[in-house]
Structures are given as structure tokens and as C-alpha cells.
Design a binder for this molecule. Sequence first.
Ligand SMILES: [Zn+2]
Length: 385
Amino acid sequence: MADAMTPNVAVALASGVSAALVLSKMRGTARRPPQSQPPAPGSEQRLVQLRCAHQNYAWGKGGERSLVARLMPACSSEAVDAAAKYAELWCGSTHASGPSRLHCPADPQLDGVLLTDWLKANPAMYGSMPADAKGELPFLLKVLSIGKCLSIQAHPDRTRAKQLHTEQPKVYTDDNHKPELACALTPFKAMVGFRPTAEIAASLKSTPELVELIGADVCDKFFGGAADAPRQKALLQELYSALMRKRETAAALNGQLLEKLVARLTAEKHDGRTVEDCEELALRLQEQYPNADIGVWSAFLMNYALLNPGEAVFLAAGEPHAYVEGDCVEIQACSNNTVRGGLTPKHIDVDTLLSMLTYNAGPTRYSEAVPLPGNEYCRKFSEDT
Ligand SMILES: [Zn+2]
């Protein structure tokens, strides 16, 4: 068994806002739980080795540089291709897009069986969770290895997810919500939610290209502020909507202004100015997505979170985010339901994104780990810590 952290995982998703997860280092060989009489809770025999699916998305790190590729020998028979991008490892997944299978080479009857089928035959394995007749798990745990910024995205709540799936089943293939919590395994960077409005205003005032794109009238209203929180949210919604709709209504101008921004910041850096983090991020995003991508401007409006290993952020429904760089382990509801606004070659749905964001603004809220008594491998992350 490789000595790297093996993604054989026992996970308990306690609710939409808190999750406990256990990353177990497997020892010894896989053991086969009898199908008729599952071992008692707590027994070591409850561990069964899995073969896990991986995803080769374009934003993943290449070859062995990717943590996903380095973990693969522990849970996949597939050889690592040095030229391929390895983005995600889906651990203990019952999702159809990347299902896990049992790895029991000594037992031909069990070897290769879908985790879903095995859970259907062994409902007692759900332990304290309610068993699911379809053999599904309510959560999905992934390891992500990020070489290039992911899309600007948000996830719908349950009601909206059902609606999107009904209306556009080919685009939104799941009818489930997708709250997610990302825990950094390496220094990890992400855009997480909207910045405090005063920071957004300051950033706009020092970025004339962005004001020109959004429109001075909308920006002036935003600078004027509002007396109450609902009105402030409405101003942010108006500002962000005006920006994102320019993707279609002013595509040429967007491209020109992005070029102008890059030229100005590059010249100012050359002249010795230390650029702000958001400006450096915008330059980097423009380099990664050079085709006039409206998502580049989000660097000025969203928090730029820097996580140390072990720190985590929770993304509730309707909170915009984009992971920028690093490796993380992510726990989420079992869903692939993502609404994207930019920084991706995948389907972009600006109208849906704008209609479902919360427009909450404020500093990044980090979720800290609380040790669980009696288990050195357990930490509990909560939105409220
Ligand atoms: Zn997400």
C-alpha cells in the first residue's frame, strides 16, 4: 500500500452546513465484508478497498505533478499518462459520472462490483445513516489538484436544482443541490464570495477599465451606497449583472478593455509599482483565459482567499466561487450541478447564475477544524467556527 494518504474514506455529512470526514490510512490488505452478515460497527473489517474514478479536466495538474495522479496507484489500475491533466479523484462515489468499484482481487465475485450495487445488497453498511434503496450515498468526496483556475461558478439550492434539471436536463444532469466544503491539502488559493462593498468600491475606483465596461452610471449608484442591507444587495446585484451581461452585449469592448488593463498593469509593474493581489490575479487569469473572458474581472469583485493546509471554506448555495490553485479535498452533496459564468470552455449560463446568487458581501469566512475526541484521524469542520 502506498504511504500517501489513501482516499479510502469514511464520511459523514451531518447537514448542509457542517461535515465530518475521516481520511483513513488503509493498512494491510482489503477485507471482504460478508454480504449476509456485515461486521459490527467499529470493526476493522468494515474497511473495503475501492477503485476510484478520476477526471481529466483541462484545469488539472499534468502527470505526476498532480496529487490525483500520485494517489491513483492506490485506487486504480490505470497507468499515469505524463501528458494528461489529472483534476479530480472521486472517492467512494456512487455518482454515475464517476462511480467507485470494490477492489477485492481475491474474490472474483466481489471484485469490480459497483459500490452502488454493493450498498444495495448490504444496507447495514450505511451504519447510522438511513439506507438508500438505490444504493446511493448523499455525499461525494473528491481530491482536487488545480493547475489552472476553475470556472466562476455557483451551485443551486435543492428547489432550483430540481427546476434546472427539469427545464434543461442535458445541461443540468442532476436534480440535487451541491453545497461544498474545500479543505486545503497544500497552500490553496480561491475566489470565494463577494468582497465587502467598500473594498469593491475602492477596487473599481482604481480600475477605470472596469468602470468603463460596467458603465459609470451603475458604478456611481454603487459608490453612493445604501442605507440598508437589502438595498445594498440590490446595488451589488445591479453592478455584477451589468458586468456579466457585457459578455454578450459588449464582447468587443470587453476584449479591448482587458487588453488595456493588462497593458496598464504591466507598465505600472515595470515602473516599480507593487500591484494589488486582485490585480495580480486578474493578470494571471487573463494569461490563462486569453480570449476576452468576462470572468477575469471577477478578481476585482470577489474575495481572494489564501488557505493554509488544514484550513477550509464552505460554499453554500448561491455563493460565487472559483478555485485558483493548489490541492484540496472537497466534500459535497452527491451532485454535479454547477452554474458557470466564465473562465471555462464549458457551458456558461449567465442569466441563471445572476438569478440565483445571494449577493452576500463580506470577508472570507474560513471554516476551522475542531478535533473529535477519541479519533486522531477525525476533524470536524463547521461553517460557524
Ligand atoms: Zn463549486
